[in-house]
Design a protein around this ligand. Structure first.
Ligand code: SF4
Ligand code: SF4
Length: 353
C-alpha cells in the first residue's frame, strides 16, 4: 500500500506517532452539540452573550424533568457523544445536570463558578473569569472569581477560562499568579462582541454601543479588542506559558492564529455569517434553546458577531477541522496536533493520566 505523507511523518518521529495515537484512542468519536439548559442566572455580566440579544433568553424554560430525560435520551440516540451545557447558569438547575449524567459520561459545563455543582458529575467545568478582583466585580456585579476559587480550587474538573477584553488585558499576569498559587488551571478566551454590541469590534459608534444591555456604554468602558490589543495578548500569553507551565493551558500555534488581526472566518457578504465556521456547519451540531427547540442558523455562542468572533470554542474547532491543510510537512502537522492536544486538555477529563 502507498505510504501517505502522514505515515512518513509518524514513522520518522515515534514521539509524534504516540501523541497522535493517544488522540485517536482517547477521543474516538467526537460529536458535539450544545444545550442551553436554563435561562436563569444569579449574575448579569456586562457583554453577556446570553442576555444580550434575542436568540437565547427569550425562550421558555418550563420543560419538565421527564421531558428533559426523554430529550437527553433522544440526543444520545442521535449520536451526540460530547454535550456542552450552558445557559445562562447551569448550576441553577442541578436536577437537569443530574439527569444528563445518566445519559453521558463526558461533556462540558460552562459555569460562572459562584454556585456549587455536584462533585459526582462526570463533566469538565469551564469556569468563566473576567479579570482580577476589581474588574471582575465591576463587570459581573460581584466577586465571582473569588467565590469560584472557594468553590472549585480543589476540583480536578475545573479550568478557569479568562475572557480577555479591553478592560482586563493588564490583569492577565496578576490572575495567572493567583491561579498558580491556588494550583488551578487557567486558559484564555477573547471577548467577542455580540451583534448588538457592535459590528467592527474596533472603535464603535455611540449609537451602536447604546443598543447593548450592558451597564456601561461609553468608549471608556468598551470591552471590544483593538488590533494593538491582539499583539499584547499574544506576547503576554507566551510569557505566561513560559512562567507557569503547570497552570496555563494554551496552544502556541493557536496563540499565533487567534491573534492575527485577520481573524479566521470568511463572511458571507449578504448575511454577515461565517461560511467556514466548523461549528455552524457540523452536521450533528445543534444549539438547543431552553425550550428544547433549535434553529439551523444558530451557532454555539448565541448572538455573537461572526465578524469579530474569536471565541475559543469556535476557533479551536476551526483549526482542528483543518487537518488536511496541515499535512505539507511534519512541522505543520505537529502544530495542528498541538492545538488538538490542547483542546483535549481543556475538554477531556484526566487527559494527562
Ligand atoms: S454568568 Fe454567564 S450567563 Fe450569567 S450573566 Fe454572566 S455571562 Fe451571562
Ligand atoms: S461560532 Fe461561528 S457562527 Fe458563531 S459567531 Fe463564531 S464564527 Fe459566527
Amino acid at each position: 500500500m502507498r505510504q501517505s505523507r502522514l505515515d512518513r511523518y509518524l514513522l520518522e518521529n515515534p514521539a509524534l506517532a504516540h501523541r497522535y495515537e493517544k488522540i485517536k484512542t482517547k477521543v474516538p468519536r467526537l460529536v458535539i452539540s450544545g444545550y442551553d439548559i436554563t435561562n436563569r442566572c444569579n449574575l448579569r455580566c456586562k457583554g453577556c452573550y446570553f442576555f444580550d440579544g434575542d436568540r437565547s433568553s427569550q425562550f421558555s424554560d418550563d420543560r419538565t424533568l421527564q421531558e428533559f430525560d426523554a430529550f437527553f435520551a433522544s440526543e444520545v440516540e442521535r449520536g451526540i457523544t460530547m454535550p456542552h451545557f450552558a445557559g445562562a447558569e447551569p448550576a441553577k438547575v442541578p436536577e437537569r445536570l443530574a439527569l444528563a449524567a445518566k445519559h453521558w459520561d463526558r461533556g462540558i459545563i460552562y459555569t460562572n463558578g459562584t454556585l456549587p455543582l455536584d462533585p459526582n458529575l462526570p463533566f469538565m467545568l469551564h469556569i468563566s473569569l473576567w479579570g482580577a478582583e476589581k474588574t471582575d466585580a465591576q463587570l459581573r456585579g460581584k466577586h465571582a472569581f473569588k467565590k469560584a476559587l472557594d468553590n472549585f480550587a480543589n476540583d480536578e474538573r475545573a479550568i478557569f477560562i479568562y475572557t480577555i477584553n479591553r478592560q482586563n488585558i493588564s490583569e492577565m499576569r496578576e490572575v495567572a499568579e493567583v491561579c498558580a498559587q491556588r494550583r488551578v488551571q487557567l486558559s484564555f478566551n477573547h471577548y467577542s462582541p455580540t451583534r448588538w454590541y457592535g459590528f467592527s469590534g474596533a472603535d464603535l459608534q455611540g449609537d451602536v454601543l447604546s443598543r447593548g444591555k450592558g451597564r456601561f456604554s461609553s468608549h471608556d468602558d468598551q470591552l471590544a479588542l483593538r488590533e494593538e490589543d491582539l499583539q499584547t495578548i499574544r506576547d503576554t500569553i507566551l510569557e505566561l506559558l513560559e512562567k507557569y507551565p503547570a497552570t496555563i493551558i494554551y496552544s502556541r500555534y493557536y496563540n499565533e492564529r487567534i491573534n492575527n488581526p485577520q481573524g479566521m472566518f470568511r463572511l458571507d457578504p449578504e448575511t454577515g455569517i461565517a461560511n467556514n465556521c466548523v461549528i455552524l456547519n457540523a452536521p450533528h451540531h445543534r444549539e438547543y434553546r431552553t425550550d428544547l427547540t433549535w434553529d439551523d442558523a444558530d451557532c454555539c455562542i448565541p448572538n455573537t458577531d461572526c465578524a469579530t468572533c474569536r471565541h475559543y470554542v469556535a476557533n479551536y474547532s476551526k483549526i482542528m477541522g483543518e487537518f488536511h491543510h496541515h499535512l505539507d510537512n511534519a512541522d505543520d502537522f505537529e502544530k495542528w496536533l498541538e492545538v488538538y492536544e490542547t483542546w483535549c486538555r481543556l475538554n477531556i477529563r484526566n487527559w494527562n493520566d
